[in-house]
Ligand binder design. Sequence first.
Ligand SMILES: NC(=O)c1ccc[n+]([C@@H]2O[C@H](COP(=O)([O-])OP(=O)(O)OC[C@H]3O[C@@H](n4cnc5c(N)ncnc54)[C@H](O)[C@@H]3O)[C@@H](O)[C@H]2O)c1
Ligand SMILES: O=C(O)C(=O)C[C@@H](O)[C@H](O)[C@H](O)COP(=O)(O)O
Ligand SMILES: [Zn+2]
Length: 346
Amino acid sequence: MYHLSLHGSNTDSDIYIGSGIFSQTAKHIAEKFQPTRIHIVTDSNVAPLYLEQLRAEFPIGVTTTVIPAGEEYKTLDTVAGIYADLSEAELTRSDLVIALGGGVVGDITGFTAATYLRGIHVCQIPTTLLAQVDSSVGGKTGVDLPQGKNLVGAFYQPELVIIDTDILTSLPEHIFNDGMAEVIKYGCIANPDILNMIAQPDFKSNMQHIVYECVRIKRDVVQQDEHDTGLRMILNFGHTIGHGAEKVGHFTELTHGQAVAIGMVQAAKLGAKLGETDYTQQITEICQAHELPTQLPYPIEEVYAAMLHDKKRAGDSINMILIHPMGKANIHKIPLEQLHTLLTAE
Ligand SMILES: NC(=O)c1ccc[n+]([C@@H]2O[C@H](COP(=O)([O-])OP(=O)(O)OC[C@H]3O[C@@H](n4cnc5c(N)ncnc54)[C@H](O)[C@@H]3O)[C@@H](O)[C@H]2O)c1
Ligand SMILES: O=C(O)C(=O)C[C@@H](O)[C@H](O)[C@H](O)COP(=O)(O)O
Ligand SMILES: [Zn+2]
């Protein structure tokens, strides 16, 4: 088992990564604090698989909210429903909310915990590869608006993150592959060894180490820039164009992982147009090897319009993340007019 700590502004996060550690959740919680009430938030796919096992671990009463699965439910309405359940369950500021699920459950639950009673304890138990390597760690929480992705949110670190790689065995292949998009991102921005690891035919037998390496990179970056004012922006490689595409597809046509894969390839093309080394072919081939899409399925003008809501926009420029050399990410401030010209030029 691996253990990492992240010193955050609301709390220190303890992150455990291992095989079979789901059953140690109650023990890890008891080591940190003693809630009198626990509320678990999960979704309609994860509940039948893991909810009873988790609930049975606790000697105290546990209440639950089961939200419908899907990005289209990552909304303020869903948050309002959870607030009502927390109030009904009489959770207090010394109590605990657990997010049991993928990135959608994690982001919604984290945001609910950050805002309910101005902040209650939260524990993340990520059940998708994407949530294990990325969304459960680092404290970005939030929901989508019709106007764009993750437009409402808060930075709020979880007390505890329990990453049990055995849970990945119940994932359908295409959902596993969504997580590979973020794994590829970590390889591109910080450690090309990850790209070598996932090129091995038996890489799935090495998931504990691959997940650890991604989480370690994320922890190190977030530790230096928790509130996304500089270095942390590199974790957004592929996301500016990706988030734009997700919005154009009404958050239902592309998954986040698919959108990130497309966004990384498009960002590589942009880098080449700006005179950097051209990694388009390399990133395309890696994504395709993991059955991820690489072509933008929408008109670039529509995606560009959606990109104008990106959080990395500062006035008339957007900070784009580009790779050079492979394994190193750089932040490029690009004026909107130039960005539009580059994106629309073949
Ligand atoms: N906060 C962050 O730092 C951060 C980072 C990356 C992504 N995200 C967000 O994460 C979200 C995407 O997360 P996701 O890809 O996990 O999607 P998701 O949460 O929608 O999960 C994908 C699907 O897998 C199902 N599922 C989950 N665990 C399962 C399991 N073990 N077995 C079988 N089915 C399971 C879910 O019910 C869902 O249908 C997006 O909203 C994205 O914006 C946030
Ligand atoms: O943790 C971060 O920082 C990231 O950028 C991780 C991304 O994978 C994630 O999708 C994040 O939610 C995007 O952040 P946003 O600030 O662009 O909404
Ligand atoms: Zn992401």
